[in-house]
Ligand binder design. Structure first.
Ligand code: S3P
Length: 181
């Protein structure tokens, strides 16, 4: 691992519906870290939901919000950061996150993601006639970015609790304090 890196925080990246927020909240609780969700920060600052931002201003404006929030995160410590699914599909965001955190990607196959997100309407990118097709398309485009994470965790065969413990173990290993079995 790059010696210049200071792993003060833990960042979760991954596609919509892979469990970043649920996992992140639990990991933060267990490690006594602060939990922060980039979508939540954007909604609070903009005074609008993500859906409203997409509808009223378009995706590029939302991506600008993400870019600004990511730069603010460089000052944080002891924080678990859950990111929006498209946020790491930008080299500058990924590089910035890696400068202060261990980046963990939660992974699931398109069909599994579809099962988890179907029936939900707050994700503008999936409000379309063929959401499964869209998931395939976006996941293929984003895979090269997700693969740049420090750790890739397949969430399909693991319970929420198992994912949480795996993530904490990886974080401790990266900081040189392995957890006891
Ligand atoms: C997006 C994912 C969403 C949210 C926005 C765009 C994406 O976050 O940031 O709807 O581009 O994949 P979640 O991954 O938390 O659903």
């Amino acid at each position: 691992m790059d010696n210049e890196r200071q792993i003060r925080n833990l960042t979760l990246v991954g596609f919509m519906g892979t469990g970043k927020s649920s996992v992140g909240r639990l990991v933060a609780d267990l490690m006594h870290f602060t939990f922060l969700d980039t979508d939540g920060v954007i909604e609070a600052r903009a005074g609008k939901t993500i859906r409203e931002i997409f509808e009223q201003h378009g995706e590029p404006v939302f991506r600008d919000w993400e870019r600004r929030i990511v730069e603010e995160l460089t000052r944080r410590k002891k924080t678990v950061i859950a990111t929006g699914g498209g946020l790491p599909a930008n080299e500058a965001n990924l590089a910035s996150l890696k400068s202060h955190s261990l980046v963990v990607c939660l992974w699931a196959a398109p069909e599994k993601i579809f099962e988890r997100v179907r029936g939900q309407s707050h994700r503008p990118l999936l409000n379309e006639p063929n959401p499964l097709g869209k998931i395939h398309e976006l996941l293929a485009a984003r895979e090269p970015f997700y693969r740049q994470a420090d750790v890739l965790v397949n969430t399909e065969m693991r319970s929420l609790k198992e994912v949480v413990h795996h993530v904490i173990h990886q974080f401790r290993l990266a900081r040189g304090h392995p957890s006891h079995p």
